[in-house]
Ligand binder design. Structure first.
Ligand SMILES: [Zn+2]
Ligand SMILES: [Zn+2]
Length: 352
């Protein structure tokens, strides 16, 4: 029968320190943050937590040692022993994982971390022809930039930010609460360490303004609809020395009335008379660089694709071009003249 000591992997006479050490190691190993979606790990984590809850408490441990337990679960012994096993020791956990996983802790030092600027998205629309040729598109982007009036300081020109009198420039305030001194960002300067006494009138002291910048984006020949082009460092400016974000340009390509794009190939419909489809012949097929005379083999069925090599869309990042695929479309005339009618009736008779 496994005991709470077994759960933690320690001997029955283990010291409080040994128990704590074993618990920390196991709790880290099986913590749900480290094993997302792993039910077994979660179960194990609960067992470890539970074992520690009992064995780290002198009273509970004594009772457990005296009365024992079934399946490692105390409480199955004498009825008058009352454990409270539903509670986890949250304070201890926070202490343990706050440092380990790094998240969630308020920043109290007043140090300002470099923050990368946000990415900005813009869109351009190209005609189908331009998408094949490549294009240079002008992209206006509204960005937050340093205020031109104050140069980004936020202080009225001729004045300067002064050391915060509340925190003497440290950016933090220590607040005494009983035994603990809590460090908090200074409420007056919000951790900056400086305050602006005469805010710049243009930006109301923010040091920033919105401005439209126009970038020129080179779009390579052959670009497909919904392509995203990333321009490094052309997004919002970073703060505290952090890098700027990127400008992401979403390219829309208008549909073509002539071509249907399939990868780098272009499909184009070629209307044929029934006679040409049966007997074969020559037709002019449009391609982006001018019409090509195409030989239609005899007996071409409706929907047949005939490949014209190297006349399609330029391959992005590769060499050469895709193909044009001529798709045979057999035209059925709505009306025929007398002569045609006679010939067709004759044809109908002979083919049964
Ligand atoms: Zn300003
Ligand atoms: Zn301050």
């Amino acid at each position: 029968m496994s005991t709470l000591y077994d759960t933690l992997g320690v001997k029955k006479g283990a010291s409080a320190d040994e128990i704590k050490k074993a618990y920390r190691k196991l709790a880290r190993e099986h913590h749900p943050d480290r094993n997302p979606g792993d039910a077994a790990a979660e179960e194990k984590f609960k067992e470890v937590q539970h074992a520690y809850d009992v064995l780290s408490d002198d009273e509970k441990r004594k009772a457990y040692d005296r009365f024992g337990a079934q399946n490692g679960r105390p409480g199955a012994g004498p009825q008058n022993v009352n454990f409270d096993f539903g509670e986890f020791n949250i304070g201890d956990l926070g202490d343990l994982f706050g440092g380990l996983f790094g998240g969630g802790r308020a920043q109290t030092r007043g140090q300002r971390q470099p923050v990368r600027g946000a990415d900005v998205e813009a869109e351009v629309r190209l005609s189908f022809e331009d998408s094949l040729r490549g294009a240079e598109a002008k992209v206006p982007v509204e960005l937050t930039v340093a205020c031109r009036t104050c140069g980004g300081t936020g202080a009225e020109p001729g004045t300067a930010p002064v050391i915060c009198p509340e925190c003497n420039g440290r950016g933090v305030k220590a607040e005494s609460q009983g035994l603990f001194a809590l460090s908090q960002p200074c409420p007056r300067c919000r951790g900056n360490g400086t305050v602006i006494e005469q805010p710049c009138k243009s930006c109301q002291g923010s040091g920033r303004e919105r401005r439209i910048k126009t970038y020129t984006v080179k779009v390579k020949p052959g670009v497909k609809d919904a392509t995203r082009i990333r321009l490094k460092g052309k997004g919002e400016a970073g703060s505290n020395g952090g890098p700027a974000g990127d400008l992401v340009v979403l390219v829309h390509v208008d549909a073509s009335p002539v071509y249907e794009r399939r990868g780098d190939d272009l499909v184009v419909n070629v209307p044929l008379s029934y006679a040409t489809a049966v007997l074969g012949g020559k037709v002019d097929v449009p391609t982006p660089e001018g019409a090509v005379s195409l030989k239609i083999p005899s007996g071409s069925e409706d929907g047949k694709l005939i490949r014209i090599k190297g006349r399609g869309a330029p391959r992005i990042g590769g060499s050469g071009k895709g193909d044009v695929l001529a798709r045979v479309r057999i035209q059925v005339p709505k009306r025929v003249n007398k002569k045609e009618r006679e010939l067709l009736e004759e044809l109908q008779k002979s083919s049964g």
